[in-house]
Design a protein around this ligand. Structure first.
Ligand SMILES: [Cu+2]
Length: 177
């Protein structure tokens, strides 16, 4: 037992810091720094998967007191070879939720309910963001506060249902971080 353990241990490559020159040591330090930074960014930009779909960083805005509606944003990536559709959204904070599209037509801001679900093209992605496609949470049961998160179930025609967490960002946030 102790012999086989010793043999395995001896097979491990020996790495000595003192054999690295100053340049390599600096590179190693920079790499560690980059990995640390990338790690913290990935923690903030959370994501969810269902079937061939990836839902990246669902987020919402803190709502002012008395607000009856809120917006929801994320990017959906379809890694599959067939299109899919986001057909329903159920959240814990609102009575209903719909996919809306905001657009400026002849200088007038319009918002319409996307009927029949939001299509995510095969091998493509759809961004839900302020001023474009977004989820509209209607009949808020409570005001989402900055720093908290709330859950929602997204149902896709082919991929099925997935529970996601919306991170609540500052009132004026544009989703930049
Ligand atoms: Cu809307």
């Amino acid at each position: 037992m102790s012999r086989s353990f010793g043999a395995v241990h001896a097979a491990q490559p020996r790495v000595s810091f003192f054999h690295l020159n100053a340049g390599a040591a600096f590179c190693a330090f920079m790499l560690a720094f980059v990995l640390l930074f990338a790690g913290s960014h990935m923690a903030a930009a959370h994501g969810f998967k269902v079937g061939d779909l990836e839902i990246e960083h669902p987020w919402s805005r803190a709502a002012p007191a008395g607000a009856k509606v809120g917006g929801g944003y994320f990017t959906i990536v379809n890694n599959g070879s067939t299109p899919d559709r986001l057909v329903s959204i159920v959240t814990e904070i609102s009575e209903k939720a719909e996919v809306h599209e905001m657009a400026v037509k002849d200088g007038v801001m319009t918002m319409r309910h996307v009927e029949g679900g939001l299509e995510i093209p095969a091998g493509g992605k759809v961004e839900l963001k302020p001023g474009a496609y977004h989820l509209m949470f209607m009949g808020l049961k409570r005001q989402p506060k900055q720093g908290e998160s709330f859950s929602a179930t997204l149902t896709f025609e082919k991929a099925g249902s997935v529970e996601v967490k919306f991170a609540v960002e500052a009132l004026g946030s544009a989703g930049e971080h």
